[in-house]
Write a protein that binds this ligand. Structure first.
Ligand code: IPD
Ligand code: CA
Ligand code: CA
Length: 261
């Protein structure tokens, strides 16, 4: 399979879905609650998802597709599309223009293409395995910050944050006590894309789903960053923990957050 073909379809699908999200942004749309408090889904999550899935099916009718709202199809293909049609739904639902479309493609167990598109800023992040990462066609690299004390960090919380899952509240307290600038954008995929572009030096979060991370993990790696679980083992798509950095501050951030792992 030619990676260029996969990349072209992924980019096209992300831009088309992003266009739909941009059109819907700020309009009156239906919002429902999924399992858990504040876990929202809007009409536009589904509209973006259908746009993406129909384009993939048109080009590659037999590929495996896993998408957040639609779930997985029954294909046994080893080419797997992993899609978050709208990452940052809570922002979108509150007319906050920080959200994106995230599409990752895995081949024989390896991520080979990652596309993250922020339709409001028209920023398109793309990575192809072995070919680096780009933002609107220009090569991007992670930051060169070498010490945690100089870092700007970003994190996110699971919807059941109040239960202090995986110590997520303690982690924030730890970083605030170090006096470091810490952001919470509300879109895991954009957190990773921004890390890859050198805008952040480090990011952590627990209990994410494969669709939150699939594209971003490749974009981060191809931009020279490192992505692991909290225990520093290589990141594998799962519902586990994520620690991603410019690689230079990885060990220091890992120790600061979880000194006993
Ligand atoms: C959410 C966002 C958020 C993260 C949540 C995710 P959604 O995805 O990525 O930043 O903190 O854990 O579930 O629901 O907007 O697709
Ligand atoms: Ca998501
Ligand atoms: Ca989503």
């Amino acid at each position: 399979m030619d990676l260029n073909n996969l990349q072209t379809v992924a980019i096209d699908a992300a831009i088309q879905a992003g266009k739909k999200l941009r059109e819907g942004f700020g309009s009156a749309f239906e919002i429902s609650n999924k399992e858990g408090v504040h876990n929202l889904v809007t009409e536009y999550d589904y509209i973006a998802e259908q746009t993406i899935i129909s384009q993939i099916k048109h080009s590659f009718p037999n590929h495996f597709i896993l998408s957040e709202e639609a779930g997985a199809n029954d294909s046994t293909s080893d080419i797997r599309w992993i899609i978050d049609p709208l990452d940052g739904t809570v922002n979108f639902a509150h007319s906050i223009p920080i959200f994106c479309v995230s599409i990752g493609v895995e081949m024989a167990g390896e991520m080979v293409v990652g596309v993250i598109y922020n339709p409001m800023l028209e920023e398109l992040f793309v990575a192809v395995r072995g070919k680096g990462a780009t933002l609107n066609g220009r090569q991007i690299r992670v930051s060169t910050t070498t010490n945690l004390k100089d870092a700007i960090l970003v994190t996110g919380f699971p919807y059941n944050v109040a239960q202090n899952i995986d110590g997520c509240i303690d982690d924030v307290v730890t970083i605030l006590k170090l006096g470091l600038p810490l952001r919470r954008l509300g879109s895991a995929a954009l957190d990773l894309a921004y890390l890859a572009a050198g805008r952040f030096d480090g990011y952590w979060e627990s209990r994410l789903n494969p669709w939150d991370i699939a594209a971003g993990m490749l974009i981060v790696r191809e931009a020279g960053g490192r992505i692991t679980h909290y225990d520093n083992s290589d990141y594998k798509l799962s519902n586990g923990t994520v620690l991603a950095t410019n690689s230079l501050i990885h060990d220091e951030l890992s120790k600061a957050l979880h000194p006993n792992l």
